[in-house]
Ligand binder design. Structure first.
Ligand code: MCU
Length: 405
């Protein structure tokens, strides 16, 4: 899959989301040590196929344990913890809007509503697929797919540092103490509550196992987190998410520090906004400490496997980390490959064009992902390409890819 754009004719299995938000961690999995010693790995991406104690991942069952470990590491060090479905939950559907009331007790609830633009064309199945859109989108959505718009800023504000703890999520959970989630994780939590409500309301006519999520730029970072943390999401489409999305922290740092290219790094991002948890500040305190993070974003993307992931990038903005995205998403593809589904992940980097515009040359690519993962049709989703003048550097991914399928 590396180096070139591949258009192989093979159509592998069709796919849908799971019926659980998060698979319970099997009992036999080793727990994360509470006194984990962080090792500096600055010029190599963390190996997805070895547990922290050095044990090799050799089977699908072991990958389940490793994926659970990776999820927990992201929660602990970067994104904050995602609370599960609250004990108080009710929803109502009226006037094409889903109203959700949820809380920790009857006198501690929040309410949020999401408009649903129904599919304009019916598929053969009775229920339509849908896409949760963070804010707004330029992604061409097929007419068979309903659109659910989530006002992410109302859930967790993202203006600047002063937004920490502001928004409905924090009205519910508080903004300190046990509440560690940064904005991206707070939005992921809200997306999961939308899917809960879709499960409770068959009359809305949406199939909760055929839901996609998308967002662009900062909201694209959020889409990636939503897909990684809810296994019901069948397709994730982060658009131009850059550093903190489909770029890896270490490779973005390398672009800035060693290649002299103005790319966003962890150090910059922790000062810019509240997308990540406060725990992540430690890794962004200078341009070296990010090497201590025990995970990186190839593994965040890999958590989406075997479900669908199509991410886009734009060479018009070095800030997005063009080479870093290419390197990182190629590394992520090792995880999809290990699970036997390399073409469930697509990556497409073109441009230069306006940030968050949707270029014509990506239309057929995204359409193929919608077809395969939401519409239940066969489609060729072998998409891995860049117009960038980047060379994939294998020294960042020195692992052997196991066959876990
Ligand atoms: C690419 O996403 C962000 C980027 O991380 C920020 O540094 C910049 O300020 O805004 C981008 C964005 O969300 O643009 C809409």
């Amino acid at each position: 899959m590396r180096y070139t754009s591949l258009l192989l004719g093979a159509f592998a299995t069709l796919a849908a989301g799971s019926n659980v938000e998060r698979t319970a961690v099997p009992k036999h999995c080793t727990k994360l040590p509470s006194d984990l010693e962080l090792k500096n790995q600055t010029y190599v991406l963390p190996d997805p196929f070895h547990f922290l104690n050095g044990r090799k991942v050799k089977s699908t069952a072991q990958w389940q344990c490793r994926a659970a470990q990776i999820r927990e590491l992201f929660e602990k060090y970067e994104l904050g913890y995602k609370p599960s479905k609250p004990p108080v939950f009710s929803s109502m559907f009226s006037n094409d809007t889903l109203h959700i009331v949820t809380g920790l007790s009857d006198d501690n609830t929040i309410t949020f509503s999401v408009p649903i633009d129904p599919a304009s064309k019916q598929t053969k199945k009775k229920k339509a697929p849908a896409i949760i859109v963070y804010g707004g989108t330029t992604v061409p959505i097929p007419p068979q797919v309903a659109t659910i718009t989530l006002n992410v800023d109302a859930i967790a504000q993202q203006n600047d540092q002063s937004s920490r703890g502001v928004g409905l999520f924090y009205d519910l959970y508080g903004s300190s103490g046990d509440t560690t989630a940064g904005a991206l994780m707070a939005w992921a939590w809200a997306s999961s509550r939308i899917i809960d409500a879709l499960e409770a309301h068959p009359e809305v006519g949406i199939d909760p196992q055929r839901v996609a999520v998308t967002g662009c730029s900062r909201n694209g970072k959020g889409a990636m987190v939503a897909g990684a943390f809810d296994e019901r999401i069948a397709l994730t489409i982060p658009q131009e998410s850059g550093s903190g999305g489909d770029a890896c922290w270490r490779t973005s740092r390398d672009m800035l520090v060693n290649q002299g290219l103005l790319t966003q790094t962890a150090q910059e991002i922790v000062g810019e906004n509240v997308w990540f948890s406060e725990a992540f500040d430690y890794f962004g305190r200078d341009n070296y400490t990010v090497g201590l993070l025990p995970v990186d974003h190839h593994e965040l993307a890999g958590l989406i496997a075997p479900r669908g992931l199509y991410s886009t990038s734009n060479v018009g903005f070095l800030w997005l980390g063009g080479w870093s995205c290419w390197e990182c998403m190629n590394a992520a593809n090792d995880i999809f490959t290990a699970l036997g589904v390399p073409d469930h992940q697509g990556f497409s980097q073109d441009g230069p064009h306006d940030h968050c515009a949707f270029p014509d040359d990506q239309r057929s690519e995204v359409a193929a992902f919608f077809s395969r993962f939401l519409l239940g049709r066969e489609a060729d989703t072998n998409v891995f390409r860049t117009v960038g003048n980047w060379t994939f550097d294998p020294s960042w991914t020195p692992w052997a890819v196991p066959d876990l399928s």
